[in-house]
Design a protein. Structure first.
Length: 173
């Protein structure tokens, strides 16, 4: 299959009936929300999608996505590269009440008003969920050594008066 730019929206029912597979990409300028969550998006998101109908007659969207991004280390404040990878499996529903009857292996996704799903948003959401909670280099690659890290009690000059002490005095009166 040839790598092509993926569509922004798809009709999952028609694509599942035709058992379509997509192999393609989204360019960095199409992933604006991801770009605001990272220091820099380094390349396009490589995406593989497969539409099918399972034995229960449910439409299934399975996919994988991969992208390289630059994050800033929270220890040393230097940029580093991370490859975000994710796999997902959705079944479209017309409203979230139907989500309760879906098997646990499928995540529900709602159709828009045109009976389509926003494929780019799905991929972008999954990539954002793959971001680390606290971006940091591996300890052996970080400029801040373990010896420089401080744990435990703060020095006396770092302790500040409690801003709520005034409220405590009012409570006593």
């Amino acid at each position: 299959m040839q790598k092509v730019k993926l569509p922004l929206t798809v009709d999952p029912i028609k694509d599942a009936q035709r058992r379509l597979d997509y192999v393609g990409y989204y360019s960095p300028n199409q992933l604006e929300r991801l770009a605001t969550s990272v220091s820099r998006v380094l390349n396009e998101a490589q995406v593989t999608l497969s539409f099918s109908i399972d034995p229960q007659r449910l439409v299934v969207i399975k996919g994988q996505a991969k992208i390289d991004v630059e994050l800033v280390c929270q220890r040393c404040d230097k940029p580093f590269t991370v490859t975000l990878e994710c796999s997902f499996c959705y079944s479209p529903v017309s409203n979230m009440d139907q989500a309760d009857v879906l098997p646990e292996i499928y995540e529900p996704i709602e159709f828009n008003e045109f009976g389509e799903i926003d494929l780019r948003d799905v991929v972008e959401d999954e990539l954002m969920l793959a971001l680390p909670l606290v971006p940091m280099h591996d300890p052996e690659h970080c400029e801040v050594s373990v010896a420089e890290q401080v744990f435990g009690k703060l020095p006396a000059e770092a302790e500040k008066p409690n801003p709520f002490a005034v409220l405590a005095n009012l409570k006593r009166k």
